[in-house]
Write a protein that binds this ligand. Structure first.
Ligand SMILES: Nc1nc2c(ncn2[C@@H]2O[C@H](COP(=O)(O)OP(=O)(O)OP(=O)(O)O)[C@@H](O)[C@H]2O)c(=O)[nH]1
Length: 267
């Protein structure tokens, strides 16, 4: 608190008057001196109060600033945690997606594996039943594969399986499925396809596999397959495994009949 200029001058004048011996006996001198004393004390008290109040304000301002900074730090930390947690969840999602992919695919050929085929087959069977459409299945087995393996070695045998699976994936229609059932056996799922149509499709596949030259370094003249077909037209409410069994039995019939052929139901 600063004193006004008038006030300063007044106080100076009073102090001078009180100090002047000429006024020593003035009756007003005593009360004036007392008044000056009281005024000075009151002013000092006021200044003390103002200093205390300013101090409180400063402390409050500091605390407010401290709190705001603390809040900012917490907020930044939280944002960092949210970002980390988002990234973590994203990688978990990617990891579980690739685990699921790996669990459903054959690592050698990249085709769906038996588990994938069963999942899709059940779903497709259900869908075709709802639509009142037939579904046909093909079980395809490579002929004399043991001899190929024995002659070329397992590693080239593997590459031959990849060659066949590439041809299958290439030749099938967009809505058909093929996967590796196991070993040198593949399953074809042909939704909305009658046995007759399936026979034509499988025959085309069989000829393509037989007539497409194998990669030169595999040194195989010719590779053939035998295919057995089954269809829901034979047993509209039957399970997927009954349909696979029927196709498998017909694939064996095709083998016995001389291989390199397709055997379907005689409806
Ligand atoms: N290279 C390779 N060979 C496999 C794989 N899975 C199964 N095989 C082989 O495939 C061969 C199948 O032989 P078999 O079941 O006797 O039948 P095949 O020689 O094909 O004769 P048919 O089916 O009667 O025409 C076996 O030698 C298996 O070891 C595989 O992933 N890679």
């Amino acid at each position: 608190m600063t004193r006004g200029r008038d006030e300063e001058q007044l106080l100076e004048t009073i102090t001078e008057l009180l100090g002047d011996p000429a006024h020593d006996h003035n009756p007003l001198r005593e009360p004036l001196a007392r008044l000056l004393e009281l005024s000075t004390a009151q002013r000092e008290r006021l200044e003390r109060l103002i200093r205390i109040s300013d101090g409180f304000h400063e402390i409050a301002r500091e605390e407010k600033r401290g709190l705001a900074e603390e809040c900012d730090t917490h907020l930044r930390r939280l944002e960092r945690l949210v970002r980390i947690s988002d990234r973590y969840q994203e990688s978990l999602r990617e990891l579980s997606e690739s685990l699921r992919e790996a669990a459903l695919h054959d690592p050698l050929t990249g085709l769906g594996n038996r588990r994938y085929l069963v999942e899709r087959l059940e779903a497709e069977l259900e869908r075709c039943r709802r639509n009142g459409a037939p579904l046909s299945l093909g079980v395809l087995d490579v002929d004399y594969f043991k001899a190929v393996n024995d002659r070329l070695g397992h590693e080239r045998g593997d590459r031959l399986l990849c060659h066949i699976s590439d041809l299958l994936a290439d030749q099938l229609r967009e809505y058909d499925l093929c996967g590796r059932w196991g070993g040198e056996e593949f399953v074809l799922v042909l939704p909305e396809t009658t046995a007759e149509e399936a026979k034509a499709i499988c025959d085309r596949l069989r000829r393509t596999i037989r007539d497409t030259p194998t990669p030169a370094d595999l040194a195989v003249d010719r590779i053939t397959v035998s295919i057995g077909i089954s269809t829901t037209e034979e047993d509209p409410d039957g399970s997927y495994s009954a349909a696979i069994d029927r196709a498998d039995r017909r694939m064996l019939v095709a083998k016995e009949a001389g291989r390199d052929r397709v055997c379907g139901p005689s409806l």
